[in-house]
Design a protein around this ligand. Structure first.
Ligand SMILES: C[S@@+](CC[C@H](N)C(=O)[O-])C[C@H]1O[C@@H](n2cnc3c(N)ncnc32)[C@H](O)[C@@H]1O
Length: 353
């Protein structure tokens, strides 16, 4: 028994409890707009902040106490004021775009809402279906929109050789597992001569996608509600994309084979998947590994198992992804990363001509 080690672990446990608690409160600060109200406002009292954000002062005061003791905001006891330091602002405000990690803290409450189901699943081996995550599509849309807004047009699509020119002239692109369809919306707006199709089996996601496309008056974007594992399209698209939509599939191999079939000969497939190694030992030093394995256990792996699937998990990693792409028939061309998306790796593949 190493007493020093035990003492250090006590600190780890205390830090963990505090970090989990603060994550919940950061999520609330994001959802209520409190961080946005604090950014650039200088030192404020709880009364001033509550008025600025149009919220109840008692709750705002308690939230500020959590933020101050958690090191998120500065506190001056004599003045009774709180300030969001400029160095913290991009990481918790909407102005931070892809840097805003407050959107990601919402995951903790989202996953907490299915804890009972997951505890049962540990005993039965069963999965937890998408229907148990009613807030998933809303969260996912917000989480990925910040990346798409920052980098879809200027960094992600240019990874595909010739795609910008082809889409400018007129081409077809399908986004499989499109969720609420934000990528399709941005592409359809930027490339009016091309045709874009979003494919998903989530009614919530497709409903939001269709409402947004109608509101934007987009005539070159449409959405199809089908299971990608039984998608039967042949030589239909010049390009296919998937963004975080393979590792949580029930039948990833079937979906990849269907994507291959749906591409025209020589067509390109851009597949964004969580940035990870395929072996646990290689993920030990990665900063977001505990988050990724938690997300996996409490969502990505469990939804796959619920649909009778493989349960690949969030960290199936680059090596396995490349093996699956090859097994589906693709020529894998490159694996790259982009600055605006620290969460994913981008796998570019091509169907043989
Ligand atoms: C992690 S989300 C990513 C959504 C979107 N690409 C984004 O980045 O915001 C995965 C999406 O794949 C969809 N999905 C999972 N399995 C599917 C299947 N077999 N067929 C169609 N859609 C599927 C889910 O409904 C969900 O919208």
């Amino acid at each position: 028994m190493d007493k020093e080690r035990a003492k250090a672990f006590m600190s780890t446990m205390v830090d963990t409890i505090n970090a989990g608690s603060i994550a919940l409160m950061i999520s609330i600060g994001h959802r209520t707009g409190l961080f946005d109200a604090m950014a650039g406002s200088g030192p404020v009292t709880s009364v001033e902040l509550a008025a600025a954000a149009d919220l109840d002062e008692r709750y705002v005061r308690e939230w500020l106490a959590a933020m101050a003791t958690g090191g998120i905001v500065d506190y001056v006891p004599d003045a009774g004021t709180f300030e969001l330091p400029v160095e913290h602002q991009m990481l918790v405000t909407r102005a931070g775009g892809p840097l805003n990690l407050a959107t990601t803290t919402q995951t903790i409450a989202l996953l907490g809402s299915v804890e009972d189901d997951i505890v049962d699943a540990f005993k039965t081996g069963a999965g937890v279906p998408y229907s148990r995550y009613p807030k998933f599509q809303g969260w996912m849309a917000e989480e990925s929109a910040k990346r798409f807004d920052a980098a879809l047009i200027d960094e992600m699509i240019p990874l595909i050789p010739g795609a910008v020119d082809a889409l400018t002239s007129g081409a077809t692109l399908a986004d499989v597992g499109c969720g609420s369809g934000h990528a399709i919306m941005l592409l359809a707006t930027r490339f009016p001569n091309s045709t874009f199709v979003g494919i998903d089996f989530s009614d919530d996601g497709l409903e939001a996608a269709r409402i947004n496309a109608d509101a934007a008056g987009l005539r070159n974007a449409s959405f199809i509600g089908i299971d990608a594992a039984s998608m039967d399209m042949v030589d239909a698209y010049d390009f296919v994309t998937t963004f975080d939509a393979i590792h949580d599939q029930a039948q990833p191999a079937a979906v990849l084979a269907n994507i291959y079939k749906a591409l025209v000969p020589g067509g390109y497939y851009l597949c964004a998947e969580p940035r990870a190694h395929s072996l646990l030992r290689d993920n030990m030093a990665e900063p977001m590994s505990p988050y990724q394995y938690t997300m996996s256990t409490m969502h990505c792996m469990s939804v796959s198992i619920a649909h009778g699937g493989e349960g690949l998990g969030t960290c199936w990693g680059a090596t396995m992804t490349e093996e699956y792409l090859a097994a589906a028939g693709f020529n894998h061309l490159s694996t790259s990363t982009i600055k605006a998306d620290r969460a994913n790796s981008y796998f570019l593949s091509q169907k043989g001509a």
